[in-house]
Design a protein around this ligand. Structure first.
Ligand code: WTA
Length: 659
C-alpha cells in the first residue's frame, strides 16, 4: 500500500471497512433530468476557485450576503489566525430575516414545525422576524449587551431558532448546549463561557413522553455565578419551580414586547457563537465562530451542495440545533437562503417507525439531510416503512456525521431516493463551520461511501507521518488553506487552539481524521485517528468518559474505547478497576456516566476487571482493548506487562450479552 502513515498508525482500525471501500467501484453520475435544473453541472466553480480562492470567496460573499459596509481586505492570514472580510459590517439576523421580508417574501413559510405529539406551527418569514425582534428586545431588557454570552438549553422547538437569531441580532454570542446533556455538562459550559442568561424550557417531547429540562437547568445554575436570568419556554407542561427574581416565563416576557428592534451591523469578525465539542482531553472546547465568514460559508454550501431552488424546495435537516449541523443547516444556512424548511421535535419512531416518511410526504420534502446512523436504523426497521409513503417529492439526499458504509448508501439510494436522487455525503466538523468535502450533485459522479472531493474554495490534502503529501492511499486529512467558516479559536485557550489543530503538521490544519485517496482522486473518510469516539455521529472523548467513571467513589481506574457497532458506528465500551473493597454494579456505573455527561455518553458495556492491559511503561493498551471489545483475536502481546489479563478480559467479553 502507498499509505505508509495509514499502515503504521491506523492498522488497528477495523479492516473490513477498508476492504469494503477498496472493492467499491460502483459509480453514479448525475442523471440528465437532475442536471437539467441544477445550479452547477461542470467544473467552472472549481476552476475559478483554483485560480484565486480569495477572489472566489469574495465573489460568494458579495453575491450571497448583504453587507452594511464593504470590507477592506478579503483575508488576513497569520497562521493560525484568519480574519475574513475585515472592515466590513453586517447583521446575521438581517440576512436570515429582514432582507427576505424586504424582498416581499414575508408571507413565505420559513419553518413548518412538527411537534412529536403531532401539533404543528407554520411560521412565515414575517412571523419569525417579529418574534426574533421581540425576543431581542426581551434580552436587551434583561441587560444583555453586545459581546455578552447567552446559553441555550432547549428542545427542538422554534424558540431555539428564535433565541439564536435574537442573540445574533443584538450581537450577543450564543452557546447552545444539546438538551440531552446533563446538568453537570451544562454548568461546565455555562461557567467556561461566563454566560449571563440561560434560555431553557420546562420540558420537551421524546418518544411519547415529556423529558424535563428545567430541573437540570436549576441544578446546573446552583454552581453558575454568572447567570443572572433564566428564561423558560413552556412546552412540556410539566411542573417546574420558578425562582423569584431569576426565572421568567418566555411568554410573559414576550407579551407586549415591541416588534421594533433594528438589526445593528456587527464587525465581520464579531463573535457569533460558541459551540462546545469534545477533544482528546476531558475538557470540552468552546469552538469560536464569527459573523461574516461563517455566514458566507454556510450560505454558499447550503446553496450549492443542496443545489437549492429557493422557490420550490422544502429542505429538511434532521439534526438537533444543539449540534453544529443544526446551527449551520437548520438555522443559518437555510434561513439566509430564504428557503422553506421542516423542523421536527422528536424521534423517528414515534408513534411508528415511519414517522420521518410520513413527514416527508406531508410537507413534500424535496431535500433530506440525515446521519448514517439513522439510515442504518431505518435499514433495520425494513424497507416496508418508507414504502408506506409517497416519497416522490424527494430529489436530493444528504448524509453527515460519520463515514457511510456502502450498503447503507445503497439502501438510502434505493429505498428513500427511489434510485433517482443524488446523495451528497458531506464531510465537515464543528470547527470547519460548514461543509468542506462533498459532491456537487449536478456535477459530481458519486461512489457509495466516498465524500468525493473538496468543495470549490477548499483545499484538502492527505499526508503521512512526516507531513509528506500522499497522492494515493491512506493518510491524515489536512486542510492547507484558510476558509471563511473556519473556527477562530478555542474560547479562553489560545494555546490549546494552536496545539490541537496547527502543530501536528506544520502550516496545515489537522482535522483528526484518517482518509484514503483512491486512484481516481476520490476521498474516503476512515474515522478519527485520535481518542475521540464517534457514536451515532456524536463526538465523545474517551478521556471525558474515563474521568466521569473515575469520579464515581467506587472506581479506581477506567479505560474507555470506541468499538465498531453496526448501528451507531461506534459504541462506548468501558473497562473499570474498582477500589479495594468497593462494590458497584455495571448498571450503576452506566447511569453515573449518563448523569455526569449525558445519555449519549453512556457506555454500552462496562467490564469490571482486576487489571488493565498496560505496556511496561504503564500506558494502557487501548488497541488491545478495542480488539477484545470487537471480538478479534489478539495478536502481539509481547510488550504487555501481564499478558494473562487479556485472556481474562476476552473470557468476560465472550460471556457478556449486549442489552
Ligand atoms: C466525522 C459534524 C466521515 C469526522 C458535522 C469529523 C464524518 C467529525 C463525516 C466531526 C462524513 C463528519 N464522513 N466522517 N461525511 N462528517 N464526520 O464536529 O470524524 O460533530 O471529524 O461535526 O465527524 O464531528 P462534528
Amino acid at each position: 500500500r502507498a499509505g505508509l502513515a495509514y499502515d503504521r498508525t491506523m492498522s488497528d482500525e477495523p479492516h473490513d471497512t477498508i476492504d469494503a471501500l477498496s472493492s467499491e467501484n460502483r459509480t453514479f453520475p448525475p442523471s440528465a433530468t437532475f442536471k437539467a435544473d441544477s445550479l452547477v453541472v461542470d467544473t467552472s466553480l472549481y476552476d475559478e476557485a483554483n485560480e484565486d480562492d480569495e477572489a472566489f470567496w469574495a465573489r460568494q460573499a458579495t453575491e450571497l450576503v448583504d453587507w452594511s459596509e464593504p470590507w477592506d481586505t478579503v483575508l488576513d492570514w497569520q497562521l493560525p489566525y484568519a480574519k475574513w472580510f475585515e472592515g466590513a459590517t453586517l447583521n446575521v439576523a438581517h440576512n436570515c430575516l429582514d432582507r427576505h421580508v424586504a424582498a416581499g417574501k414575508g408571507g413565505k413559510v420559513a419553518i413548518h414545525w412538527e411537534g412529536e405529539p403531532g401539533d404543528t406551527r407554520k411560521i412565515t418569514y414575517q412571523d419569525l422576524l417579529d418574534e426574533v425582534s421581540q425576543f431581542s428586545n426581551v434580552l436587551k431588557g434583561l441587560g444583555v449587551d453586545k459581546g455578552d454570552r447567552v446559553n441555550i438549553y432547549l428542545p427542538m422547538i422554534p424558540e431555539a431558532a428564535v433565541a439564536m437569531l435574537a442573540c445574533a441580532r443584538i450581537g450577543a454570542a450564543h452557546s447552545v448546549v444539546f438538551g440531552g446533556f446533563s446538568s453537570q455538562s451544562l454548568s461546565d459550559r455555562i461557567n467556561d463561557a461566563e454566560a449571563k442568561v440561560l434560555i431553557t424550557a420546562d420540558g420537551g417531547y421524546r418518544r411519547g413522553e415529556v423529558f424535563p429540562l428545567k430541573p437540570a437547568a436549576d441544578e446546573a445554575c446552583e454552581s453558575t455565578p454568572t447567570i443572572e436570568h433564566m428564561i423558560v419556554v413552556k412546552r412540556g407542561g410539566n411542573d417546574v419551580t420558578m425562582v423569584e427574581g431569576r426565572d421568567h416565563w418566555y411568554h410573559d416576557l414576550m407579551d407586549g414586547a415591541s416588534t421594533d428592534c433594528p438589526a445593528e451591523p456587527m464587525e465581520a469578525e464579531h463573535l457569533l457563537f460558541l459551540l462546545y465539542t469534545s477533544g482528546t482531553t476531558g475538557k470540552p472546547k468552546g469552538i469560536m465562530h464569527t459573523t461574516g465568514g461563517y455566514l458566507t460559508q454556510v450560505t454558499y454550501t447550503h446553496k450549492y451542495v443542496f443545489d437549492l431552488q429557493p422557490e420550490t424546495d422544502v429542505f429538511w435537516c434532521t439534526a438537533d440545533v444543539g449540534w453544529i449541523t443544526g446551527h449551520s443547516y437548520i438555522v443559518y444556512g437555510p434561513l439566509s437562503n430564504g428557503c422553506t424548511q421542516v423542523m421536527y421535535e422528536g424521534v423517528p419512531n414515534h408513534p411508528g417507525n415511519d414517522r420521518f416518511w410520513e413527514i416527508v410526504e406531508k410537507y413534500g420534502v424535496t431535500i433530506f439531510y440525515t446521519a448514517p446512523t439513522a439510515i442504518r436504523t431505518f435499514m433495520k426497521w425494513g424497507a416496508d416503512e418508507p414504502a408506506k409513503h409517497d416519497l416522490s417529492s424527494l430529489r436530493l439526499l444528504g448524509t453527515v456525521g460519520e463515514p457511510i458504509n456502502p450498503e447503507a448508501w445503497m439502501w438510502y439510494h434505493e429505498h428513500i431516493g427511489g434510485e433517482r436522487c443524488p446523495i451528497v455525503d458531506t464531510w465537515w466538523q464543528t470547527e470547519t463551520g460548514g461543509i468542506m468535502i462533498s459532491p456537487l450533485p449536478g456535477a459530481t459522479t458519486t461512489k457509495p461511501g466516498s465524500a468525493t472531493f473538496p468543495l470549490p474554495g477548499v483545499t484538502a490534502e492527505l499526508v503521512d507521518d512526516e507531513a509528506q503529501p500522499v497522492p494515493v492511499g491512506g493518510g491524515y486529512l489536512t486542510l492547507t488553506r484558510p476558509w471563511p467558516g473556519m473556527l477562530r479559536g478555542i474560547w479562553g485557550d489560545p494555546d490549546r487552539y494552536r496545539e490541537t489543530y496547527w502543530s501536528r503538521f506544520e502550516g496545515r490544519y489537522f482535522a483528526g481524521d484518517g482518509a484514503k485517496l483512491d486512484d481516481a482522486g476520490y476521498l474516503w473518510l476512515l474515522g478519527r485517528v485520535d481518542d475521540v469516539m464517534n457514536v451515532s455521529g456524536h463526538r465523545i472523548s474517551t478521556t471525558e468518559v474515563e474521568s466521569a467513571l473515575v469520579s464515581h467513589p467506587a472506581v479506581a481506574e477506567a479505560a474507555v474505547v470506541g468499538a465498531t457497532d453496526a448501528t451507531t458506528g461506534q459504541a462506548v465500551i468501558a473497562y473499570v478497576i474498582l477500589r479495594g473493597g468497593a462494590d458497584v454494579g455495571e448498571q450503576d456505573l452506566r447511569a453515573h456516566v449518563a448523569s455526569e455527561i449525558g445519555a449519549i455518553a453512556k457506555p454500552r458495556k462496562v467490564f469490571i476487571t482486576p487489571d488493565l492491559p498496560k505496556t511496561r511503561s504503564g500506558k494502557i493498551m487501548r488497541r488491545l482493548l478495542r480488539d477484545v471489545a470487537e471480538g478479534r483475536l489478539i495478536g502481539d502481546t509481547t510488550t504487555l506487562a501481564d499478558a494473562s489479563i487479556v485472556d481474562e478480559l476476552q473470557a468476560k467479553a465472550a460471556a457478556s450479552t449486549d442489552d
